[in-house]
Design a protein around this ligand. Structure first.
Ligand SMILES: Nc1ncnc2c1ncn2[C@@H]1O[C@H](COP(=O)(O)OP(=O)(O)OP(=O)(O)O)[C@@H](O)[C@H]1O
Ligand SMILES: [Mg+2]
Length: 234
């Protein structure tokens, strides 16, 4: 099922530098049950600080459940979960939780936190820079209730990044985006990863898409982690 490495293929290996050796997520034999449904079975994994991790798998494979466990949103049914302490996570889940009767800009301004930014100007510089990179500067005054799926998704992503998180957890962040926009988002997260050491955990059913990006792939099938790889192919 997974591509074999051909001689002429360019391989990108995940950089395991000393700086990023610290394990921040540790799951041992983790199971999650919803009634009779076993959403995750016997999952063992480690995520190091500063890693970019893609969680892939078909619909119902357990991606969202795994993200919820990593985000600490609910407890596992069995096994041991160790989550990072003293780190701030931002989550972008399928339910975006934007304020519908406000504009995109107003939604973004809601997250200004004076304990993170020196002043409002610094915050707004970040806001407009992120809006520019994702190509939504001209659409910031659209009311969320009139915004299309792609715009909503980008606003939710920018809102999360404006909190300057240590860890960025996103569930299908590109479901409403085309390839160019998905690539732009990846490049942006990559900059945050390199510049700030932000750990990225990104779930997607689209293995072909995330396979084009550089990061570790964790593949789920019927709740089991069946593949973990450090290489991806271009
Ligand atoms: N809150 C819940 N209550 C009951 N069953 C649930 C709940 N959450 C998930 N499940 C079930 O657990 C299994 C895994 O679901 P999950 O949402 O994690 O999969 P997924 O890989 O995210 O799928 P998709 O690609 O469709 O988002 C599915 O069978 C799903 O129906
Ligand atoms: Mg899901």
């Amino acid at each position: 099922m997974f591509q074999k490495v051909k001689k002429d293929q360019k391989l990108h290996y995940f950089q395991e530098t000393n700086q990023f050796q610290k394990t921040i997520f540790k799951l041992d034999n983790v199971g999650v049950k919803f009634g009779d449904i076993q959403a995750l079975k016997d999952v063992n994994l480690r995520v190091n600080q500063g890693e970019i991790v893609f969680i892939t798998g078909a619909s119902g494979a357990g991606k969202t459940t795994l993200l919820n466990i990593l985000a600490g949103n609910y407890p596992q049914t069995s096994g041991t979960v160790t989550l990072p302490t003293g780190k701030f996570s931002a989550q972008v889940f399928q339910e975006l939780r934007l304020v519908e009767n406000m504009t995109c800009l107003e939604n973004l301004k809601l997250v200004f936190d004076p304990s993170i930014y020196k002043n409002k100007k610094e915050f707004e510089n970040d806001l407009y820079e992120l809006a520019k990179i994702l190509g939504i500067t001209k659409r910031l005054n659209i009311k969320v209730s009139n915004a299309n799926g792609g715009l909503r998704q980008k606003v939710a992503i920018i809102r999360a990044l404006l909190t300057r998180p240590d860890i960025f957890i996103a569930d299908e962040p590109t479901s409403s985006l085309d390839y160019d926009n998905a690539k732009r988002l990846f490049d942006l997260l990559n900059v945050y990863n390199t510049k700030r050491g932000m750990t990225v955990i990104w779930a997607s059913h689209n293995r072909e898409l995330v396979g084009k990006f550089v990061g570790k792939i964790l593949h789920l099938e019927s709740g089991r982690l069946i593949h973990s790889g450090h290489a991806c192919f271009i």
